[in-house]
Ligand binder design. Structure first.
Ligand code: CMP
Length: 143
């Protein structure tokens, strides 16, 4: 069965012009793109998206970073998409991410780590719905 996950190419990777390279890795890995948009998150938008982290010591810095410039939000589809996208990204901290992973190759710190991915089915539903309507990501049409 096909699964969908929410991916974000974060402001650090957009600013350093790595969107194309990251999209190429996503397509080469076999994901189907179901949604794609450039967004400029307000602090309020970023706080809502990362609400689960609001008590963490890094929350304020994370929100500041995520609202610092444009980001690209994506809906990726594949069998086992959530796990597969997390594997392609590598560990949260680029310094600990596997060789050849996106965060290892494009990230520069645990905060400036190039990409985000949903971590479970319930968070994927919340995160896809946070940015996309059914009309945009295809649930409203057949096939
Ligand atoms: P992401 O997958 O987008 O989910 C939450 C983000 O918080 C995470 O990637 C990191 O970029 C960021 N972050 C900053 N500091 C930390 C930290 N100490 N531990 C985990 N995540 C952190």
């Amino acid at each position: 069965p096909m699964e969908r996950t929410l991916a974000i190419i974060k402001p650090d990777a957009v600013a350093t012009r790595q969107v194309g390279a990251i999209l190429q890795r996503i397509e080469l890995a076999g994901f189907t793109l179901r949604g794609i948009r450039l967004v400029n998150l307000s602090r309020h938008d970023a706080e809502g998206f990362y609400a689960v982290h609001r008590t963490k010591p890094f929350f304020d810095s994370l929100v500041t970073f995520m609202s610092s410039g444009p980001a690209v939000v994506l809906v990726l589809e594949a069998s086992d998409a959530i796990r597969k996208w997390r594997a392609l990204m590598g560990a949260t901290d680029p310094a600990k991410a596997e060789a050849g992973s996106i965060r290892r190759d494009f990230g520069s710190s645990i905060e400036h780590n190039a990409t985000h991915g949903s971590d479970a089915v319930d968070t994927a539903v919340f995160e896809v719905d946070y940015f996309f309507s059914d009309l945009e990501y295809g649930d409203s049409v057949e096939g």
